[in-house]
Structure formats: C-alpha cells, structure tokens
Design a protein around this ligand. Structure first.
Ligand SMILES: [Zn+2]
Length: 128
C-alpha cells in the first residue's frame, strides 16, 4: 500500500460561488450589473462579492401559455440591491415570495444570465 495515493483523492475544487456586485464609492449604494449608480449616477463603482443568497420578493411566470413557461423573480440581496432573474428548482409557478435562493454554479453564463435555485427544494407544495 502506498501512502502517496493522493491522485486517487480528487481534489475538491472550491468553485467561486457567490455574486459580484457593484457598490458606489460616493453614496455606498449597491447595484448589480449597472454602469452607473442608480441613486447618484456616479460611474465610480467598486466590485464587491456577495455570498449570493437572496430572498424572492416577487415571483412571476413568463410565457405561461406557450409551453416554455419559466420563472422570473425579483430577488433582494442582503447587500441592498434587487435583481430580476430566473429561479429554478421548482415549477415556475411554485416559486414563492420569501423563498431563499442561491446562485446556480456554472449557470448559463454564456448568455450572461444568472440563474438561481431554491435553497429549500420542498417548497410549499403541500399547501394547496
Ligand atoms: Zn451612488
């Protein structure tokens, strides 16, 4: 038995998770994917990293009748910014307001889209 069998132990690559957002150097307002501060219109924004955990404040289904229904939610982050994005992990109409979400790692980054998933997968399905 060799004690140097480190090649069998797959290295745990800690992927960069979370979310990079911008904070205004002038007024401290946090924003996401903006070129200008939404409050004071300054362009002097500093990138910061959030852990990416947010809460759904509004949930809606787009293309409800086309067969390609998808969720579109407004997510509020503890840093103070809100962001509209898609939430997966449940049927589009089962994403509820108040649900905690986190970014899906390796999401659809090619399209520049940030996709979130529900932290609690069970949801409130048994409520209706
Ligand atoms: Zn500002």
């Amino acid at each position: 038995m060799s004690s140097t069998g480190i090649d069998t132990a797959a290295p745990v690559v800690q992927e960069e998770t979370g979310l990079v957002f911008q904070r205004c150097r002038w007024c401290g307002t946090a924003s996401f994917r903006r070129l200008l501060c939404p409050v004071c219109a300054a362009s002097d924004l500093e990138s910061e990293r959030s852990d990416g955990y947010g809460v759904v404040v509004r949930s809606s289904v787009v293309n409800r009748y086309t067969g390609t229904a998808r969720n579109e939610s407004l997510i509020r982050f503890p840093e103070g910014f809100v962001f509209r994005c898609r939430v997966v992990g449940a049927a589009p109409h089962l994403v509820w307001v108040g649900a905690r979400v986190r970014p899906v790692s390796g999401g659809d980054s090619e399209a520049g889209e940030v996709v979130f998933e529900l932290c609690e997968a069970s949801g409130r399905v048994d409520w209706y």
